[in-house]
Design a protein around this ligand. Structure first.
Ligand code: HMG
Length: 433
């Protein structure tokens, strides 16, 4: 499944059918995934109706692949679900450069979930806090009794702490939810603690729910980019490396830039989280909260240029509580295909892959922004989609794209007129369908 020596050269130029054949040839898809690809029925209406409410149809999105991410010495072919042009191209581009520079190093710091039980109208909050903490082990076993299956799997509640904030006494339950994201597990356990904790504290429960600020599920991805990949010219490469580091510095101090910087990171993260059937709202919420951890919203990644060692180093840390079980993961065949492509990773492995993708995406965006400008790459892809929309065949696409890129106005009308001219020159019927 995880073959490090597959050639991906020219993958972007293949047709969708040729790409599927490439995946099949290299045994990157299970039999079940191949079957669902063949039947073109990735998510049936009945299945969709089981996943959520009031369903009457389904929305399809492009399902792409960004090949060759080298992470902790292992190569991954990463599924992306996104509608935004140039995201997959940028990630593939970055993955290629970073692989040749030695790859990503990923560290999963911990993988536990946090939920909150919030009490109000507690007569003596300090006394209540002490009483609750004195009963910690009994309360943890009550939490575990409320969800015995996670204990059987080797996880379960492992800590309880308390904090007084204004009118509230807040309890934080920490649990290991193993391969599940854990929202149901945490909510069930925490709700089960409400009555015994009210008895000890003498107040009322306001709410009992998981926190998406998953600071006990932090992941760091790092990489070092060899400067000659920034430019063949040594001096220019150094200028680009410095500019990428300056862009990173800017995202630390300017909130307008930080927002866009992080949006670029989530271009990649969301696409993989969505493909893997995970809760992208939860990952976004946790990531953006982490970007504010010291009171100011900042860029989540940093890039440093070490002129002495001629190196550009990138680092990205954020909460990444991903799952491989639960939710719609087992129900949606496209999601199964995504997990297949990744070689059926564990939740922690998946978290590492997604964090590396975020860093790669950020690198590609910063490289483009500080060198050619973002529009150049974007326009190249836009020109291709205009050529195809105008009706260009496979052979006609390249000449139409090349003329469109030189045109004053890049739009459908121009693409159609270029195509008409091209067909006239070739003595073909110049009418467009
Ligand atoms: P390029 O140098 O013109 O690429 O860059 P190339 O044609 O030389 O190809 C190099 C490799 O890139 C290819 O290798 C592919 O891996 C990949 P090959 O397969 O040929 O051996 N690649 C593609 N993969 C799939 N389909 C394609 C394709 N083209 C290249 N059509 C590129 C072109 C788009 C990669 C570059 O300009 C780039 O990375 N741009 C950044 C694009 C980006 O970040 N887009 C996100 C949307 S903008 C945004 O929302 C975020 C932002 O605001 C965030 C921020 O501000 O920080 C920017």
């Amino acid at each position: 499944m995880k073959n490090n020596n597959i050639s991906w050269s020219g993958f972007s130029k293949k047709t969708p059918a040729e790409r599927t054949a490439h995946l099949q040839k290299h045994e990157l898809l299970s039999k079940a995934s191949q079957q669902s690809l063949n039947t073109q029925e990735m998510l049936s209406l009945d299945r969709a109706d089981q996943i959520t409410e009031n369903v009457f149809s389904r929305l399809a999105l492009p399902f792409s692949l960004a090949p060759d991410f080298l992470i902790n010495g292992q190569t991954y072919q990463v599924p992306f679900v996104t509608e935004e042009p140039s995201v997959v191209a940028a990630a593939s581009f970055a993955a290629q450069i970073i692989k040749r520079s030695g790859g990503f190093t990923v560290q999963v710091h911990n993988r536990q979930m946090i939920s909150q039980l919030v009490l109000y109208d507690v007569p003596d909050k300090e006394k209540a806090k002490k009483a609750i903490l004195a009963e910690k082990s009994r309360l943890l076993s009550l939490a575990n009794q409320a969800y015995p299956s996670i204990v059987k799997r080797g996880g379960g509640a492992c800590d309880l702490s308390a904090e007084i904030k204004d009118d509230f006494l807040i309890l934080y339950l920490i649990a290991d939810t193993k391969e599940a994201m854990g929202a149901n597990i945490m909510n069930t356990m925490t709700e089960a603690l409400a009555a015994p904790i009210e008895d000890l504290a003498g107040g009322q429960t306001l709410m009992a729910v998981l926190s998406n600020y998953a600071t006990q599920a932090l992941v760091t991805a790092e990489c070092e980019v060899k400067l000659h990949f920034l430019s063949r010219n040594k001096e220019q490469a150094q200028v680009f490396a410095r500019k990428i580091a300056l862009a990173s510095q800017l995202a630390q101090i300017d909130v307008y830039r930080a927002s866009t910087h992080n949006k670029g990171i989530f271009n990649g993260i969301d696409a993989v989280v969505l493909a893997a059937g995970n809760d992208w709202r939860a990952i976004e919420a946790g990531g953006h909260t982490y970007a504010c951890k010291d009171g100011q919203y900042r860029g989540l990644s940093t890039w440093t240029y070490d002129a002495g060692n001629n190196s550009l180093k990138g680092s990205l840390t954020l909460p990444m509580p991903t799952a491989t079980k639960g939710g719609s993961i087992g129900l949606n065949p496209s999601v199964r295909l995504a997990h297949d492509l990744l070689g059926k990773p564990s939740a922690q492995e998946l978290a590492g892959i997604i964090t590396a993708v975020g860093l790669a995406q950020n690198f590609a965006a910063l490289k483009a922004l500080t060198s050619t400008g973002i529009q150049a790459g974007h326009m190249k892809l836009q020109a291709k989609s205009l050529a195809l929309s105008a009706g260009a065949s496979e052979d006609e696409t390249a000449p139409v794209v090349s003329q469109l890129l030189k045109a004053r106005h890049m739009n459908l009308e121009t693409a159609e007129s270029i195509l008409r001219m091209l067909r006239k020159q070739q003595g073909q019927d110049s009418s467009l369908e």
